[in-house]
Ligand binder design. Structure first.
Ligand code: NAD
Length: 229
C-alpha cells in the first residue's frame, strides 16, 4: 500500500467547535499565549495555566470529530495512513485513525512536572493542583509549551520522508519545528494543502492547493486520491 501522511493543525478541529488562535485575533480563547502556554507562565502562575487547560480539556471532551477527521480515518482502507498533528485534542483517534503522532502532546493526559515522559490518564476533565506524580511533583497537562522540546519531531520527520502522498490540513505553518516538516517530504511527492487561507508553500514542488475549510476540502482530496488510483 502507498504511504499517505496527513499533517493537521488547529484548523481541522475548527468545524468541531474548537477555536484556532493564529488566524483570528492572536489570542487563544482570550488569553495571550505567553500567559498560558509557556514554562515561564507555569512557573509564575500555575493555577491560571492549570485552569486554562482544564477548560480546554472540558471543551475537547464535549467536542465530536467532524467529517474531515472521519474522511482521514476512512482513507486507511486504501492507504497506509499516518496522521501527524499539532493538535492536542483526541478527535483523530475518536474518528478512528489508528496511527496518530501528537507533536504537541495530548490534553486528555497529564504529565509529571519533573519528567515529561511520565504521563497519566485523567479521571474526568480536571487536573487538580496538589495532585502529584510518582516523583512527588505537581501534575501538569501533557502538552508541549512554546520553548519546550518536541520529542516526536524525529518520528514525524521520518514518516514525512517516506510519504508517497502528503496532505496538509488547517495549519498556518507558523509553529516550528512542526512547520519545517514539509522539507522532509520527497520533492516528487504530491502535496495537497487544504486551508481557507493557504499558507506560504512557494518553496515546494507538486503542490495542489484547495482553498476550502477542512470538511469540504477533505471531501475533494478523497475524490482526487481515489480517482488517481
Ligand atoms: P495553526 O497555526 O495550525 O493555524 C490554524 C490554521 O487553520 C490557519 O492556517 C487557518 O487558516 C486554518 N483554518 C481555520 N479554520 C479552518 C477550517 N474550518 N478548516 C481548515 N483550516 C482552517 O493553529 P493555531 O490555531 O495557530 O494553533 C497553534 C498551536 O496551538 C497548535 O499547534 C496546538 O498546539 C495549539 N492549538 C490546538 C488546538 C486543538 O488541539 N484543537 C486548537 C488551538 C490551538
Amino acid at each position: 500500500m502507498e504511504k499517505l501522511v496527513v499533517f493537521t493543525g488547529a484548523g481541522i478541529s475548527a468545524e468541531s467547535g474548537l477555536k484556532t488562535f493564529r488566524d483570528a485575533d492572536g489570542l487563544w480563547e482570550g488569553y495571550n499565549i505567553e500567559d498560558v502556554a509557556t514554562p515561564e507562565a507555569w512557573r509564575k502562575n500555575p493555577e491560571l495555566v492549570q485552569n486554562f487547560y482544564n477548560e480546554r480539556r472540558e471543551q475537547v471532551l464535549k467536542a465530536e470529530p467532524n467529517e474531515a477527521h472521519k474522511i482521514i480515518a476512512s482513507l486507511e482502507e486504501f492507504f497506509e495512513v499516518s496522521v501527524i498533528t499539532q493538535n492536542i485534542d483526541d478527535l483523530h483517534e475518536r474518528a478512528g485513525s489508528k496511527n496518530v503522532v501528537h507533536l504537541h502532546g495530548l490534553i486528555t493526559k497529564s504529565q509529571s512536572d519533573k519528567n515529561s515522559s511520565l504521563t497519566y490518564s485523567i479521571m474526568g476533565s480536571n487536573i487538580e493542583m496538589g495532585t502529584l506524580c510518582e516523583l512527588g511533583s505537581q501534575l501538569r497537562p501533557h502538552v508541549v509549551w512554546f520553548g519546550e522540546e518536541v520529542p516526536m519531531i524525529e518520528e514525524a520527520s521520518f514518516l514525512c520522508s517516506k510519504a508517497d502522498v502528503f496532505v496538509l490540513v488547517g495549519s498556518s505553518l507558523a509553529v516550528y519545528p512542526a512547520a519545517g516538516l514539509l522539507q522532509f517530504v520527497p520533492s516528487k511527492t504530491i502535496k495537497y494543502i487544504v486551508d481557507p487561507k493557504i499558507p506560504s508553500v512557494s518553496a515546494y514542488q507538486h503542490v495542489v492547493k484547495i482553498e476550502e475549510k477542512a470538511v469540504i476540502g477533505m471531501k475533494e482530496v478523497k475524490e482526487l486520491l481515489l480517482n488517481e488510483r
